[in-house]
Design a protein around this ligand. Structure first.
Ligand SMILES: *Cc1c(COP(=O)(O)O)cnc(C)c1O
Length: 327
């Protein structure tokens, strides 16, 4: 019986779920004050689930907007009847910066302060965790397990599983138990944290395979030295690419130094007419998926935990060679 065909209510799968949750607790030092849920609907499902569980229509929430995912979440919050206070919005820099700690004021009436620790498309990452007088909510979809995170300082952290946690299909939600019990009356049960917590995330059929792979990924991260080791490797890998970009005017990265992501590195060529050739030749060299997000163009190297150092070295070698031939 493979995991995909196990009954999710049977003891084998229930035990697997328990072990995966325990591994997550250990990897991220999640305190007992927080519930760990493994749900569906991906990261974007949480753009609606968070408002439905923590607010009522007409409430206000505060957000630090540093890029595309934050903007999408803000729109969804408005769809849920919320007033969004953009406590900071880095639009003026073209979303190449993060707000300085203490440079923004959060309305005290806001139900929470929402931020995206790593903006995946723009390649913009917070170095320091924001602080707020209201619960902090983080969309850590592209950062989780690659950077130590003080979970206890957050009211809620969520992350889709397809970037640093394995395969697509599930979303991890870590929520302060003090925030449970306030879902809207019309909140669908599969999005209701309280109901899901009571059912140990097994109210309906979970994405069994994604949960299984998540367990394998957590074993792999632990064997490699845990989140600290992942963070160290991320810095080394990203450093190779940024060092090359900074050493030449042939390539550039638009993000301000103190906000550069160690996971997603967007870059452009001084001569954009070479973009297509860069992408074609890099593909031929075995370097896939380097096109920038369709909304921004250019190039983007996404170097999540699963990308080995050798992959990044191959990219850098290719970039050096491409410049030699076309620079
Ligand atoms: C990928 C991503 C999402 C979207 O996740 P889906 O699972 O596709 O809904 C949301 N937020 C961030 C920061 C992401 O990187």
């Amino acid at each position: 019986m493979p995991v995909m065909t196990l009954s999710h209510r049977g003891p084998d799968f229930v035990d697997l779920m328990d072990r995966v949750v325990a591994k997550l607790r250990q990897a991220l030092a999640i305190p007992s004050t927080h519930e760990v849920l493994i749900l569906q609907g991906g990261g974007m499902g949480q753009f609606a689930a968070v408002p439905m569980n923590l607010t009522k229509p007409g409430d206000e929430v505060a957000m630090l907007i540093t890029g595309s995912w934050g903007n999408t979440a803000a729109k969804e919050a408005q769809l849920m009847g919320l007033t969004v206070q953009r406590a900071a919005d880095e639009a003026a820099s073209g979303y190449t910066t993060v707000p300085e700690l203490g440079s923004y004021a959060v309305d005290p009436g806001a139900k929470y302060l929402y931020y995206v620790p790593n903006e995946t498309i723009g390649g913009v990452e917070f170095r320091d965790q924001p602080t707020a007088p209201v619960p902090l909510v983080a969309d850590a979809s592209s950062q989780i397990l690659s950077q130590p995170m003080d979970v206890s300082a957050h009211g809620l952290v969520f992350a889709g599983t397809q970037k640093n946690l394995g395969v697509a299909g599930a979303v991890v939600v870590i929520v302060d138990k003090a925030l449970l019990g306030h879902a809207r009356a019309d909140c669908p049960s599969i999005l209701d944290y309280t109901k899901m917590a009571r059912a140990s995330s097994l109210l309906n059929t979970p994405t069994t395979f994604a949960v299984y792979v998540l367990g394998l990924v957590l074993d792999w991260v632990q064997a490699a030295g845990g989140v600290e080791a992942m963070a160290q490797q991320s810095r080394v890998k990203a450093g190779l690419v940024y060092d090359l970009i900074d050493a030449t005017s042939f390539y550039s990265n638009p993000v301000s130094f103190n906000a550069r992501s160690t996971k997603n590195i967007p870059f452009t060529l001084a001569d954009p007419s070479l973009d297509a050739r860069f992408l074609e030749q890099s593909e031929q060299a075995g370097l896939a998926f380097l096109a920038g997000h369709r909304t921004v163009g250019g190039m983007r190297a996404s170097i999540y935990n699963s990308m080995p150092l050798a992959g990044v070295e191959a990219l850098v070698d290719f970039m050096v060679d491409f410049e030699r031939r076309h620079g």
